[in-house]
Ligand binder design. Structure first.
Ligand SMILES: *Cc1c(COP(=O)(O)O)cnc(C)c1O
Length: 421
C-alpha cells in the first residue's frame, strides 16, 4: 500500500478498518477535552467498558450468596479460572489443558523454574538475551544462587553486535550450540520489551532441545500481540502477564503454558497446593496430592476471582475478534506509523532512528537523536501517552484493538510541532 501523511488518507484507512467499532468499547483518558493518543498498550492496556460488569457480578454474588458463590453463582468461583483457559489457549496456540491462570508473572516464572531448571552435573547453565527485563534477570540470578551456582558463570547472555540494536538469530543459535551439553535451560523474552524484537521461538526452541535443554519463554510482550503456536513449537513452558496487550488491569493475574509432554510426568518436581489436585476429590481433604493432570497442577491456591473477572471480560473480546484480525490490523497500523515517522524525520531533517528490526509486533522503539525529555513532556501535555527511556528512546505501541489510523496522523503532527517548538 502507498501511504500518505494526510488526515484524509488516515480517515480513509479508518473507514476500511474492520476493527474500528472496538475503539468505542474502551475507556480513554481525556487530556485537553480530547481522548488521548495511547501508545502504551504494551505497558498497561486500556480498560474495556465491559470489565465493570464482570467485576460487579462477583461483588453481587458475594453479597447475595456468600460462601455458596463457590458452587452456586452463575459463574461458580471454584472453577472460574477454567473459563479463561479456553479463550487463552487460542491466543497462544495451545490446548486448553496446557493453560492455567494464576498468581503474577515473576512468581509464575519462579514456580516454573522449580520444574524446568534442574541443574545436574555439568548441565547447569541458563541462556537468555542480554539486558532482559530486570525482573527476569533478578529471577534468574536468584534461582541460580538458590541452586548454589554463581550467576556470572551460570547465566549466559546472548549479546547484540557492537553498534547494532537487535539480536541476530544466528548469534542466538551459535551461543546455544557453544554452551552445548552445559545448557540446562533457555529462557528468553519472546518479544523484547526494549527494542520490540520478535524472536523466532520455534527455531530457538528446537536449537535448545537439540542440546538437551528445556526451553521456556516469557511472553509478557507477546501474548495478545503476535502469532503464537506454543504447542506446535514444542515449547516446554511459558508465562505472561495480562495487563499489557491483554487489557486485564494493573498488576493482574498471569497465565502459564506447560506443554502436554510434561503434564503426565508424575516425577516432575513442582511446588504444589490443593488447587492442583483432581476436581472430584479436591474437597475430600485427602492427605496427599493427586495431580489434576493439566497445567492447573501448578495452581497452588484457590484463585483471586475478583482479579480474574476483568481478565475474562477482556478474553471474551479476544475470542470475538480473534488473533488473525488483530495481527492484520497491527501490521498495517505499525507500518503506517513507521511511514509517518520517516516522513517527518525527512521533512524536518531530524534524525529518528527506529531500532526495532523487521521482526516486530506492535511496538516501534525510536531513538530521537538530538531531542530531550522536554519533547516527551510536550507530547504528554498534548495528549500523546508514550513512554520515555533514558537517554532518548520512546516506545510506541499502537494496540490494534483501540488505536486508529487518525491517531497515527495526529501523533505525527504533534511530534512535528514539538520538535519545531
Ligand atoms: C512486564 C514484564 C514483567 C512484569 O513482571 P510482573 O511479575 O508482572 O511484575 C516481567 N517480565 C517481562 C519480560 C515483562 O515485560
Amino acid at each position: 500500500m502507498i501511504f500518505q501523511n494526510s488526515l484524509e488518507f488516515a480517515l480513509a484507512l479508518d473507514v476500511e478498518d474492520p476493527l474500528k467499532k472496538y475503539r468505542d468499547d474502551f475507556y480513554f483518558p481525556i487530556v485537553n477535552n480530547k481522548e488521548v493518543i495511547y501508545f502504551t498498550g504494551n505497558s498497561l492496556g486500556l480498560q474495556p467498558k465491559s470489565t465493570k460488569k464482570f467485576v460487579d457480578e462477583i461483588m453481587e454474588d458475594w453479597k447475595n450468596l456468600a460462601v455458596d458463590g463457590h458452587f452456586y453463582a452463575e459463574k461458580s468461583w471454584w472453577d472460574y479460572h477454567e473459563l479463561l483457559a479456553a479463550p487463552l489457549s487460542k491466543v497462544v496456540g495451545a490446548s486448553v489443558e496446557e493453560i492455567s491462570v494464576m498468581n503474577s508473572l515473576t512468581i509464575n516464572l519462579h514456580l516454573l523454574m522449580v520444574s524446568f531448571y534442574r541443574p545436574n552435573g555439568k548441565r547447569y547453565k541458563i541462556l537468555c538475551e542480554e539486558k532482559a527485563f530486570p525482573s527476569d534477570q533478578y529471577m534468574l540470578q536468584s534461582q541460580v544462587r538458590f541452586h548454589g551456582y554463581n550467576p556470572d558463570d551460570a547465566i549466559i547472555e546472548v549479546k547484540k553486535r557492537p553498534g547494532e540494536h537487535h539480536w541476530r538469530m544466528e548469534d542466538v543459535i551459535a551461543k546455544i550450540e557453544e554452551v552445548g551439553d552445559e545448557l540446562a535451560l533457555v529462557l528468553m523474552g519472546g518479544v523484547n520489551y526494549y527494542n520490540g524484537q520478535v524472536f523466532d521461538m520455534e527455531s530457538i526452541t528446537a536449537a535448545g532441545h537439540a542440546q538437551g535443554a528445556f526451553v521456556g519463554w516469557d511472553l509478557a510482550h507477546a501474548a495478545g500481540n503476535i502469532h503464537l503456536e506454543l504447542h506446535d513449537w514444542k515449547v516446554d513452558f511459558a508465562a505472561w502477564c495480562s495487563y499489557k496487550y491483554m487489557n486485564s488491569g494493573p498488576g493482574n493475574a498471569s497465565a502459564i503454558f506447560v506443554h502436554e509432554n510434561h503434564l503426565n510426568d508424575n516425577n516432575i518436581p513442582r511446588f504444589e497446593g490443593w488447587w492442583g489436585t483432581k476436581k472430584e476429590s479436591r474437597f475430600k481433604m485427602k492427605p496427599y496430592f493427586e495431580s489434576i493432570g493439566t497445567a492447573d497442577s501448578w495452581q497452588n491456591s484457590n484463585p483471586p476471582v475478583l482479579a480474574l473477572a476483568p481478565y475474562l471480560a477482556s478474553l471474551l473480546m479476544f475470542e470475538e475478534v480473534g488473533m488473525p484480525q488483530l495481527i492484520k490490523k497491527r501490521a498495517l497500523i505499525v507500518a503506517y506509523l513507521e511511514f509517518i515517522l520517516k516522513e517527518i524525520s525527512q521533512e524536518l531533517n531530524a534524525s529518528f532512528e527506529i531500532i526495532t528490526p523487521e521482526e516486530r509486533g506492535c511496538q516501534l522503539s525510536v531513538f530521537l537523536h538530538g531531542e530531550g525529555k522536554s519533547l516527551h513532556n510536550y507530547l504528554l501535555e498534548n495528549g500523546v501517552i508514550t513512554d520515555w527511556i533514558e537517554p532518548n528512546v520512546i516506545r510506541l505501541a499502537p494496540a490494534p484493538f483501540y488505536c486508529s489510523y487518525e491517531d497515527m496522523y495526529r501523533f505525527g503532527q504533534i511530534l512535528k510541532e514539538g520538535i519545531l517548538k
